[in-house]
Design a protein around this ligand. Structure first.
Ligand SMILES: Nc1ncnc2c1ncn2[C@@H]1O[C@H](COP(=O)(O)OP(=O)(O)OP(=O)(O)O)[C@@H](O)[C@H]1O
Ligand SMILES: [Mg+2]
Length: 500
């Protein structure tokens, strides 16, 4: 097959920082190309250049052999390149149909008057994708997986020849990921090229024909998938093989830090009871709708429970508000970190100390800037946040590095009880290992107890001392350490599907 796009010697700097160095590669028609690299290695920057959202400082791009002189985002779309960003960027208040037709309409100088023929075409595209979505529903009312499919339908309606998916699977359940992969394979068969970015290397191995690996803005390797494997890709990404730290055994005599009894919230969860010791990591798994996130929200006072008891260090506490939870020593890192956690146009330092400002006030309540900077520097180091100064604003960080700032903000609190909801979504494999290493140190130093909610069974099996499996808002099973393994967990989850 011939090449659809050829990239020659592309470089890009952001005020002195080399985000891309001399990148060259090409993509064949009908090829699925995986793009891997640690947080901040330049993946998003590269695809923004392909899409025409950013322009390169030097280098050439050829589409079907013709050299492109700078083209903006609409130019990219008109030349057949569509990007589906992680936040999808549909128009939330427009309908599915309007979203599918919008770029074409603007390209033709028309604003949203949908022609009858366009409706038929949009319906046909959704039909070909094999998805049933009401074309007149408002996009923001659809689940995230459906929104993603609408974005793909829009790309097809624009006659895209290259569709770029930037971390498309982070918000999807495994069933939805399966559907997405089927659709990508269909696209490939019809000659459309796909670039797929993911921190889940197993997905890249499953879906792609070839993989490009970026490190610090440079192209380290380009390999056909059949000539490589997951371990080799990981090693190439981080430049060394990874060390996974196991958690220390929990002290069975350690006092209980959190005791939950008969906790109930109507329509969310019922009769939840468990205890958490100092130094213990309690995994929480469950299918979507099992009530695990709702339980976390109740423990943190965001949506308080209707009845039941919560005791911290043996003292019963009322957790009606976030303030109640925080003063009881509970911290919560939400799943949806970017929208809930950061002030984007503030410096990294301020974002990190935001939740702990009291610690940094002197007796006249002036802020101690030096200690704030020291705290921020410590987290930049321990979580390897890629930036040259804590003075930089958060929006200049790559997606994964922004996630790490939110995590730093809550770890800086040094809570008694830390609730982590999907803590490593969007974070590269090396940083993931780093995060669990720092949690291990914090457990050893302060006896923190951790509730770890995760969809990644591997994360639960590697780091939990016990695991709760939730089903339909109830605790279905509590597994002791020696029963926490992938087969056992999958078996229980599958059993749930059947009884549903
Ligand atoms: N607008 C910007 N201003 C300054 N620096 C930027 C800007 N955008 C990106 N960078 C820097 O360029 C580098 C590459 O960022 P990029 O977003 O491409 O990384 P990435 O590989 O997509 O990472 P992630 O996996 O975390 O999403 C990072 O060091 C980032 O801080
Ligand atoms: Mg990115």
């Amino acid at each position: 097959m011939e090449d659809f796009i050829t990239v020659e010697n592309i470089s890009k700097n952001f005020s002195g920082l080399k985000a891309l160095r001399d990148i060259s590669f090409s993509i064949k028609k009908g090829e699925a190309l995986g793009l891997c690299g640690a947080n901040g290695s330049g993946k998003s920057t590269l695809i923004k250049i392909l899409a025409g959202v950013l322009s390169a400082d030097s280098g050439k791009i050829k589409i079907e052999g013709a050299e492109m002189v700078s083209y903006g985002p609409l130019g990219g779309i008109m030349r057949g390149i569509s990007v589906i960003y992680q936040d999808i960027s549909l128009f939330p208040t427009l309908t599915v149909l309007e979203n599918i037709c919008v770029a074409r309409a603007i390209g033709q100088g028309r604003i949203l008057s949908i022609l009858g023929s366009e409706r038929a075409r949009a319906e046909a595209i959704l039909g070909d994708l094999g998805v049933s979505i009401n074309i007149d529903s408002i996009v923001e009312e659809l689940p995230i997986a459906s929104q993603q499919l609408v974005a793909i339908a829009r790309a097809l309606n624009n006659d895209s020849k290259l569709i770029i998916l930037d971390e498309p699977t982070t918000a999807l359940t495994s069933k939805e990921v399966g559907l997405l992969f089927k659709i990508v394979n269909k696209l490939k068969n019809s000659g459309i090229s796909v670039i797929f970015i993911s921190h889940k290397i197993d997905e890249i191995v499953e879906l792609c024909d070839r993989v490009l690996i970026l490190r610090d803005g440079g192209l380290i390797a380009a390999k056909p998938i059949k000539d490589t494997n997951l371990e080799e890709i990981e090693t190439l990404m981080v430049g060394q093989s990874l060390v996974y730290s196991k958690m220390d055994d929990v002290d069975r005599e350690a006092p209980v830090v959190l005791e939950v009894n008969s906790l109930t919230k109507k329509n969310n969860f019922k009769d939840i009871g468990f205890s958490l010791r100092h130094g213990e990591v309690l995994g929480v798994i469950g299918l979507l709708g099992s009530g695990r996130t709702e339980l976390a929200l109740a423990l943190f006072g965001i949506n308080a429970a209707d009845s039941g008891k919560i005791a911290v260090d043996g003292t019963e506490c009322r957790v009606r508000t976030v303030n109640d939870a925080v003063s009881a020593g509970i911290a919560y890192v939400p799943e949806d970190r970017l929208t809930e956690g950061l002030v984007m146009n503030y410096p990294i330092r301020e974002n990190i100390v935001l939740a702990t400002l009291d610690k940094f006030k002197d007796k006249f309540t002036f802020l101690k800037r030096r200690s704030m900077s020291e705290a921020a520097q410590k987290w930049l180091r321990t979580l390897s946040i890629k930036t040259d100064s804590p003075d930089n604003i958060v929006s200049s960080l790559s997606g994964g590095n922004q996630q790490k700032v939110v995590l730093a903000k809550w770890l800086e609190r040094n809570p008694k009880i830390l609730i982590l909801d999907s803590p490593t979504v969007g974070i590269d494999i090396a940083a993931k290992a780093g995060i669990f290493a720092i949690l291990k140190t914090m457990i050893a130093e302060n006896g923190m107890g951790i509730i770890l909610i995760s969809d990644e069974i591997k994360e639960i099996t590697a780091y939990s001392h016990r695991a709760i499996i939730m089903r339909n808002g109830r605790v279905a099973k509590i597994l002791p350490k020696d029963e926490i393994n992938e087969e056992r967990i999958r078996a229980i989850l599958n059993e749930q599907k059947q009884t549903k």
